[in-house]
Design a protein around this ligand. Structure first.
Ligand code: NZQ
Ligand code: ZN
Length: 384
């Protein structure tokens, strides 16, 4: 295992129906001016917006709205939030939504404390923020585990980049599975596949030898597969819904990553395609994963074979065969749960876009193979 120092700052409130009591408890610790951040229309449609306003007013908070944060949040939206925090003297940011709202607010929290452009600071000067406006996350769409870490994924529209930015950690995360009941099943599946992807991206990192983090990862992967099947079969299965929510948290609260360098090449490809197409994160990961892994059949065969046996329960006569059978099983699962395996299913038909994505994609040092851009383009093109 590689050396590490582990410190984890996010308080967790987990459980069906826990949101009201958790918010009221947490609000005792924060200042009077609260920025309530949310996405497009779902919060108001489900009635959660009115309930939140009620709870916050009961706690004597003055609430400033920051709505309209779209999927794949933009840098422009980060700047809008940053202005609001400064102009309205915000003491605390309450982010309510999925990964997009949660990520946008991480960067708002950091940018509001800076007098320089946070994108340029991180990508030109390679400096990172150290002061933040305190925040809490209420998860309404689980899967990304974004509430667990301090990395945000932001789309810079003019630069045509969707890339990570370091932001704040949340002081607390509220994981109440009841709040996800209104999420369309397509997004539930996309989110759960994202969780599986985070586990695979961690598992496939370096070193390739197994450590205890990998064995935990295998357990989380098996749990995602089992509970996603259960939830698709019965959307009222609260147990499965809660398990998936905690799986998402476990995949991103750094436990599985301890003592390892992660891979995340598939994610970087998805982000690059996303910068050009605004595609759905989990759905695009489903398109890329099997294709990318077939290009790792030489360099990553031992790890792919272990995943095949321990997660998918398949085994061939040789390591190579087992690894290949595991990728087939992953692809069969993707089809079984209704996710796409071709770009056309996401409305992406222009090869030029895939070329541009391969040309701008971040190349990750933790991947067991150092890809050339041409080969990454081949990976993407195979899915046309
Ligand atoms: O905007 P509204 O109207 O709220 O609708 C949202 C959105 O359209 C809807 N939704 C959320 N909660 C709902 C609901 N609809 C009905 N009922 C509810 N309870 O769901 C749609 C998708 O929301 P979004 O937040 O975009 O989805 P997700 O959680 O998958 O987040 C995706 C973003 O997270 C980034 C992705 O790149 C993408 O930008 N990621 C962040 C990560 C991180 N910070 O650790 C890790 C991931 O790898 C990922 O890259
Ligand atoms: Zn992801």
């Amino acid at each position: 295992m590689n050396n590490f120092t582990y410190e984890y700052p996010v308080r967790q409130h987990f459980g069906k129906g826990c949101a009201e009591s958790a918010i009221k408890e947490e609000m005792k610790r924060v200042g009077p001016n609260v920025l309530l951040a949310y996405g497009g229309g779902s919060l108001k449609r489900t009635g959660l917006y009115d309930r939140l306003q009620g709870w916050l007013h009961e706690c004597s908070k003055r609430v400033v709205d920051f709505g309209g944060i779209k999927p794949n949040p933009t840098y422009d939206k980060v700047q809008e939030g940053t202005r609001l925090v400064r102009e309205r003297g915000i003491d605390f940011i309450l982010a309510v939504g999925g990964g997009s709202v949660i990520d946008c607010c991480k960067v708002v929290s950091a940018a509001a404390k800076l007098d320089e452009d946070i994108w340029e600071m991180q990508y030109t000067k390679h400096q990172f923020p150290t002061e933040f406006v305190p925040m809490g996350a209420v998860v309404t769409a689980s899967g990304t585990g974004a509430e667990q870490n301090n990395g945000a994924v932001i789309t810079h529209t003019e630069k045509r980049l969707k890339q990570p930015l370091v932001g704040a950690y949340y002081d607390f995360a509220i994981l109440d599975s009841d709040l996800t009941l209104s999420l369309p099943m397509g997004q539930v599946v996309s989110g759960a596949f994202d969780t599986l992807s985070h586990c695979m991206e961690t598992y496939m990192g370096q070193p390739q030898t197994d450590n205890v983090s990998d064995e935990l990862g295998e357990a989380v992967m098996r749990n995602v597969v089992k509970n996603l099947r259960a939830l698709i079969a019965n959307p009222d299965d609260d147990f499965a819904r809660g398990e998936l929510m905690w799986d998402a948290a476990l995949a991103e609260n750094s436990l599985l990553k301890l003592g390892k360098q992660t891979d995340f090449q598939c994610h970087m490809l998805e982000h690059a395609v996303g910068a050009y197409t605004d595609c759905n994160h989990g759905r695009a990961l489903a398109v890329i994963h099997p294709a990318l892994y077939r290009h790792l059949l030489s360099e990553g065969k031992e790890k792919l074979a272990r995943m095949a046996e321990r997660v998918w329960g398949v085994k061939g006569d040789t390591v190579e065969q087992t690894a290949a059978l595991g990728i087939d099983a992953l692809e069969a699962f993707i089809k079984e749960i209704g996710l796409p395996t071709r770009w056309s299913e996401l409305g992406i038909t222009d090869e030029g876009i895939l070329h541009a994505a391969a040309d701008t994609c971040i190349l990750t040092p933790g991947c067991c193979k150092q890809f050339t851009r041409e080969e990454l383009f081949e990976v993407l093109k195979e899915r046309m």
